[in-house]
Design a protein. Structure first.
Length: 116
């Protein structure tokens, strides 16, 4: 997983916010969650990272089961969960891992950032 150099600046921008807008940054990755969290440490809070959740054998460390995969329909399930948790369930769009909700106020600065 490559971390683009602009991601820290984007996260900082979102944390500062834009007047009249509520902006949040979440990562939805098909990679194992532990790897995504490690790659994004210090940039994105672990609770904002969704990745494949695996169950490991306590003795051998081998993967015993796949508990959740946020790819394909699994990605839709994560987006649905975020819609409900963030109360933005009205017309949410996802493009390249970016969520935009029409329930959010019109915010030209945020739209421009997300379009780039």
């Amino acid at each position: 997983m490559r971390l683009k150099s602009a991601i820290p600046a984007l996260v900082e921008f979102l944390e500062r916010g834009v007047e009249g807008c509520r902006l949040s940054f979440y990562v939805i990755s098909a990679a194992p969650r532990e790897i995504a969290v490690s790659a994004l440490a210090g940039v994105v809070p672990a609770e904002n990272v969704y990745g494949t959740e695996l169950e490991f054998d306590a003795r051998s460390g081998e993967v015993r089961a796949i508990k959740r995969v946020p790819a394909g329909y699994g990605k839709v399930a994560v987006i649905d969960e975020l819609e409900h948790r963030l109360d933005i369930a009205s017309r949410v769009a996802s493009a390249g891992g970016v969520l935009w909700s029409s329930a959010m106020p019109d915010c030209a600065a945020a739209r421009a950032l997300l379009a780039s």
